[in-house]
Design a protein around this ligand. Structure first.
Ligand code: ASP
Length: 357
């Protein structure tokens, strides 16, 4: 035992003085969906487009935090940039239901007081994350769904957009392929959208558009630690392609896809097969693990192993009070990134890319 201690001391001495690593005063991390994302599935320009979009979102959140803004504001600012970017399955670019509609879900949570807001099945609100925040701050409720949620958002002054705003040809073609595979009826093309491309047109060649055979989820989320030491988390999604019957996933369910608690020392946003993430109460469980002393990374990995054991696929971003984010996934990739007072924006896509702790 003594010789082990001696060896460790010697190693430390030989390594020379170690600069004390200062904890960041603020820290921010995001995801843009997890799934089968391999180098072969993205062209160099698609890869670059995703990295650029992640950087835009990180810098939007990072700016808020660097200026002394709140974790909640940072989460909302970053997610809004991704909701406006058709690359992601949230807001503009959301997947379609089997009936040919975009029905979007979102949630936000404030770690300081466990306040939370969520919306499900929005069809016309441009920024679902803003609607979730409005529910949290300006309604007596935690979750609103369907037409009522849009009505509330509109009455709150949030921008409403026609179906054509959310429409992307890539997601529409993805819907048609799934419906044909499942022998389900094909809905009418939404009103006001551009004319369909010619039969056989190579949609994959559209600049910035990922391949149509992609099999990834595309939900977006953010977790933040602000300069006051408060945590917040938010998630926004179009859900799953060709969903039916008012299906709602984990993203807007507090404790499943989204959770934040200063007391537990964590903020979590998840992406993946929502039905499993709901049953595993993924986000809440991760906070139980950090409350018991696990790091963000260890808590995320343990929970992803658990949800994987019942069949779930996906990933999480986790923020802890020390400002060190965790990224865990059981898929081959997850669009992700981080930024903090200690380092500039860094992004990653594939599972084997490391982000600095
Ligand atoms: N978790 C989302 C859902 O089940 C989907 C995703 O993350 O891509 O609705």
């Amino acid at each position: 035992m003594k010789s082990v201690t001696l060896a460790l001391c010697l190693t430390a001495l030989l390594a020379g003085p170690v600069a004390a690593q200062e904890a960041p005063t603020w820290s921010f991390a995001i995801h843009g969906g997890a799934g089968v994302i391999e180098r072969a599935s993205l062209t160099p320009s698609q890869d670059a487009d995703y990295r650029a979009a992640l950087k835009v979102a990180l810098e939007a959140g990072g700016r808020v935090l660097a200026d002394g803004g709140s974790a909640l504001d940072a989460v909302q600012a970053a997610i809004e940039t991704m909701e406006d970017n058709p690359l992601f399955n949230a807001g503009r670019g959301a997947v379609f239901t089997a009936a040919g509609r975009n029905e979007m879900d979102s949630a936000i949570m404030n770690g300081a007081d466990l306040d939370a807001g969520a919306v499900a099945g929005l069809t016309h609100t441009r920024h679902p994350i803003a609607a979730a925040r409005a529910v949290m701050e300006r309604s007596p409720h935690v979750m609103l769904a369907g037409d009522g949620a849009d009505t509330f958002a509109a009455a709150d002054g949030l921008e409403q957009a026609p179906a054509s705003w959310f429409f992307t040809e890539r997601r529409w073609q993805g819907l048609l392929r799934t419906l044909r595979d499942q022998n389900l009826p094909i809905p009418a093309r939404p009103e006001g959208v551009p004319v369909p491309p010619q039969q056989g047109a190579a949609l994959t060649d559209q600049p910035g558009m990922p391949p149509l055979n992609e099999n990834k989820f595309g939900t977006v989320g953010a977790v933040a630690l602000d300069q006051s030491g408060h945590l917040a988390a938010g998630t926004s999604t179009g859900g799953t392609n060709a969903k039916q019957w008012g299906r709602i996933g984990d993203a807007p369910i507090i404790g499943a896809g989204t959770y934040a608690s200063n007391a537990d020392g964590c903020a979590v946003s998840a992406t993946g097969t929502g039905e499993y993430f709901i049953r595993s109460t993924v986000a809440r469980d991760i906070c139980t693990r950090t409350a018991a002393g696990a790091s963000a990374q260890a808590a995320g990995e343990a929970e992803i192993a658990d949800v994987g054991s019942i069949g779930g696929d996906g990933g999480v971003v986790v923020m802890a009070l020390d400002g060190v984010p965790g990224f865990a996934m059981n898929t081959s990739g997850m669009y992700r990134g981080s930024i903090s007072s200690a380092h500039p924006a860094e992004v990653a896509i594939y599972g084997d890319e490391a982000l600095r702790p």
